[in-house]
Design a protein around this ligand. Structure first.
Ligand SMILES: [Zn+2]
Length: 92
């Protein structure tokens, strides 16, 4: 996507995620930065975007702890019985 020489807030908002990802061409980055220097709503928006990205990053780094061995074993047995039951169903 390319921005007009004087993009409005809408265009800036639409381009911001590409901007944060570093996927925006240099000329668009400059237009974006020029616009944002004097635009409080856009500055507030990009700040919240950065905070969200940081929060997501922190969450991914910690990750989810692996389940305890007993849970993994129960899960493995359950899955094995499901797969085994795929061809012949257990009668009740
Ligand atoms: Zn703006």
């Amino acid at each position: 996507m390319t921005l007009d020489a004087k993009p409005g807030c809408r265009e800036v908002f639409a381009a911001l995620s590409a901007f944060v990802d570093g996927a925006l061409p240099d000329s668009d980055c400059r237009r974006l930065e020029e616009h944002m220097q004097g635009c409080k709503p856009c500055l507030a928006y990009i700040e919240s975007l950065k905070t969200t990205i940081r929060a997501c990053g922190a969450y991914q780094v910690r990750g989810i702890p692996p389940p305890p061995p007993a849970v993994r074993e129960a899960l493995r047995r359950r899955l094995a019985s499901i797969y085994a039951g795929g061809t012949k169903r257990r009668k009740r």
